[in-house]
Design a protein around this ligand. Structure first.
Ligand code: CO8
Length: 258
C-alpha cells in the first residue's frame, strides 16, 4: 500500500500523503514511507518539492491516535524520534520545499507543514497543535518550530490552549505565507515551485542553507556562513552565465546546475 506518492513534473516533485480514509494520519508505516521517499529523491534533477495531502479534507490530521494510545514511555520517545528524524530530513533537504496545506493540518500535520520552507494554504485549511488536550506534548518538533516561526508567545498560546485556527488567522500570524481558494492551491504551489526551479539551483540551495544554518547560531557566525556560501557560488558556471548575460543585455542560457 503506497501511503506516500511521488509525482514528478519536470524539475518539481509533488509528494502526497495518501491515507485519506484516516485523514492522512501518520502511523509508523506512513512515516517510514515518507522517510524512504525523501531518501530516494533524485536531487540531481529535482529543484523544488511540494508536500500535500490526499483528498479534499485533510493535509494531515495528525499522528495516528489509535497507534499512539497504548504507547509506553520508551515507545513514546521512540515514536517521537522516528517522526523527528524524518521531519528533520525534510527540513534539511537541500532543495526548497513548499507545504500545500489543503485541509486539516493538526498535531503531526501542522508539524509536517512547519518542516517545509514555505506554507501555502487553502481557505479550508485548519491548523493547530491539539496535543495538550490529548494528554501529550507536540512530539514531532512542534514546540520548537512553531516558536521559531511565529514567536514564543503566540506559539505558547496556541499550544497550551490546543486551539485550532483557520487559514486567515494562520496568515495573520505568519504561520502561512498565502491563502487561496481550494481549487487554486495546487496551481499556485506549482507556479511558485516552477518559479523557484527556474532560478540558479546551486544558488537557491545555498540560500536555503544560509538561512537555515544561520538561524541556528549567533549573527557573527551567521554572516560567516553566508560569506562562505556566497563565495562558493563564484565557482559555478551558472553564476558566470547569468552575470555575463546581464552585462551583455541578453537573457541567460538555461541554468545547468553546475
Ligand atoms: N489519528 C487516527 N485517526 C484519525 C485521526 C488521527 N489523528 N484523525 C482522523 N482520523 C480518522 C477518524 O478516526 C475517522 O476514522 P473512522 O472513519 O474509521 O472513524 C476518519 O479519520 C475521519 O475522521 P472524522 O470522522 O473524525 O472526521 P471529522 O470531519 O468528523 O473530524 C477532525 C475531522 C476534526 C480532523 C477529527 O478527525 C480530529 O479531531 N482528528 C484528530 C486530530 C488530532 O487531534 N490530531 C493530533 C493528533 S496528536 C499528534 O499529532 C501528535 C504528534 C506528535 C506525536 C509524537 C508521538 C510521541
Amino acid at each position: 500500500m503506497a501511503f506516500v506518492e511521488l509525482e514528478i513534473k519536470g524539475s518539481v516533485g509533488i509528494l502526497t500523503i495518501n491515507r485519506p480514509e484516516a485523514l492522512n494520519a501518520l502511523n509508523d508505516q506512513v512515516i517510514s514511507q515518507l522517510g524512504e521517499t525523501l531518501d530516494n529523491l533524485d536531487l540531481n534533477t529535482l529543484r523544488c518539492l511540494i508536500v500535500t495531502g490526499s483528498g479534499a479534507k485533510a493535509f494531515v490530521a495528525g499522528a495516528d491516535i489509535g497507534q499512539m494510545s497504548g504507547l509506553s514511555k520508551a515507545e513514546g520517545e521512540a515514536f517521537g524520534k522516528l517522526g523527528n528524524d524524518i521531519f528533520r530530513k525534510l527540513e534539511t533537504l537541500p532543495i526548497p520545499t513548499i507545504a500545500a496545506v489543503n485541509g486539516f493540518a493538526l498535531g503531526g500535520g501542522c508539524e509536517l507543514a512547519m518542516s517545509c520552507d514555505i506554507r501555502l494554504a487553502s481557505e479550508t485549511a485548519v491548523f493547530g497543535q491539539p496535543e495538550a488536550g490529548l494528554g501529550i506534548t507536540p512530539g514531532f518538533g512542534g514546540t520548537q518550530r512553531m516558536a521559531r516561526l511565529i514567536g514564543p508567545g503566540k506559539a505558547k498560546e496556541l499550544i497550551y490552549s490546543a486551539r485550532n485556527i483557520k487559514a486567515p488567522e494562520a496568515l495573520s500570524i505568519g504561520l502561512v505565507q498565502a491563502v487561496y481558494p481550494a481549487e487554486e492551491l495546487m496551481p499556485a504551489a506549482e507556479k511558485l515551485a516552477n518559479r523557484i526551479a527556474g532560478n540558479a539551483p546551486i544558488a537557491v540551495r545555498a540560500c536555503k542553507k544560509a538561512i537555515n544554518d544561520g538561524l541556528q547560531v549567533g549573527m557573527d557566525e551567521a554572516v560567516v556562513i553566508e560569506e562562505k556560501l556566497f563565495g562558493s557560488c563564484f565557482e559555478t558556471k551558472d553564476q558566470r552565465n547569468a552575470m555575463s548575460a546581464f552585462l551583455e543585455k541578453r537573457p541567460h542560457d538555461p541554468f545547468e546546475n553546475c
